[in-house]
Write a protein that binds this ligand. Structure first.
Ligand code: PSU
Ligand code: MN
Length: 315
């Protein structure tokens, strides 16, 4: 067992027995939704995961421990505390040394999932290349983590607060496959299409599991982006959401928000400007992603025997 890693017994047992496990992140709890919608989203995500026959492992930094699988009390504490710092890869050593809490981003969650041997992870949206990155250099550490850490991430694509074209170029450069689940279009979180395509469309969890198995068996390290578009019933009107995103971006420029605060600022403004309309969409897509991740994790296990044969790995 790695130092500083704390794996919940139910998660450790499942991993040891080769049963499917799905990692869940915690920035979405601390900065993705207001309270108590964040708690509801987290609890229901875990329930959906179990319903699909997989063990949920919500990941966060708790009192300086890299925690894989949280208690109800810890989930409630994270949801209620609004100021828990975002924890990406670079933040982990500091939080450990300070024995403080941290809300793990996609990058932070992937890094910790890999330490625990978890290979599937479900979230809402991944980070990416920000608009204007040619000047700001603002490229999410999520993309570098996808390049180096062998964990597959199921998301509804990424929000168009980002430059999705540059995000996809970056993933291509860094060798990260982008798979569309039952779609040829890379989805834009609230909407099913972004105007950009995916590498490949696959229509079943078993086909996706076969790609993951091929990648990791071959010894090609790194993650895979599995893009699962929001269902039609919950998708938002692109014109409405584009206006709101433009407003949020303009406000970010005016206030001069920088660095790791940019994404939480934009997420909060989008929520406020859509008056909670985006909240239902956001929850629905997260739960759909958890469902798909659990099915892929199950397929991965049943193909090769134990899921533990294909652990998340770091390079
Ligand atoms: N995009 C969303 N919702 C989120 C995030 C991004 O639609 O909650 C969070 C994720 O945790 C992601 C992080 O890993 O923001 C990216 O932050 P940054 O852009 O600072 O790397
Ligand atoms: Mn950034």
């Amino acid at each position: 067992m790695r130092p500083h890693l704390r794996v919940a017994p139910v998660v450790a047992d499942a991993l040891a027995a080769g049963r499917p496990v799905v990692a869940l992140e915690s920035t979405i709890i601390s900065h993705g939704f207001p309270y108590p919608a964040n708690l509801e989203c987290a609890i229901e995500s875990e329930r959906v995961c179990r319903e699909e026959g997989a063990v949920p492992a919500t990941i966060a930094v708790i009192g300086g421990k890299l925690a894989v699988g949280l208690s109800d009390v810890e989930l409630e504490r994270l949801a209620a505390a609004r100021e828990t710092p975002k924890a990406s890869r670079r933040d982990l050593p500091l939080l450990i040394a300070r024995e403080s809490d941290g809300a793990t981003t996609v990058a932070g969650t992937m890094a910790i999932a890999a330490m625990a041997g978890i290979s599937l992870f479900a979230t809402g949206g991944i980070g990416g290349v920000h608009r204007g990155a040619e000047r700001s250099f603002d490229v999410s550490a999520d993309l570098e983590e996808l390049a180096r850490t062998s964990v597959a991430v199921v998301s509804a694509g990424a929000k168009s607060v980002l430059d999705l074209g540059l995000t996809l170029e970056y993933l291509e450069t860094r060798g990260v496959p982008v798979i569309g689940y039952r779609t040829d279009a890379f989805p834009a979180f609230y909407t099913r299409e972004s105007g950009f395509g995916v590498d490949a469309r696959l229509d079943t969890p078993a086909e996706i599991a076969a790609v993951l198995k091929a990648k990791w068996e071959t010894g090609l390290p790194g993650g895979v982006v599995i893009a699962n578009p929001i269902d039609e019933a919950h998708a938002l009107d692109p014109a409405v959401i584009d206006d709101i995103i433009d407003r949020a971006l303009a406000e970010a420029r005016e206030t001069g928000v920088r660095g790791k605060s940019v994404t939480p600022f934009l997420l909060a403004r989008i929520h406020e400007l859509t008056g909670g309309q985006s909240e239902d969409a956001n929850k629905a897509l997260v739960w759909s992603n958890v469902r798909l991740a659990a099915r892929i994790a199950s397929a991965l296990g049943s193909r090769g025997g134990a899921t533990a044969t294909y652990p998340g790995r770091e390079s």
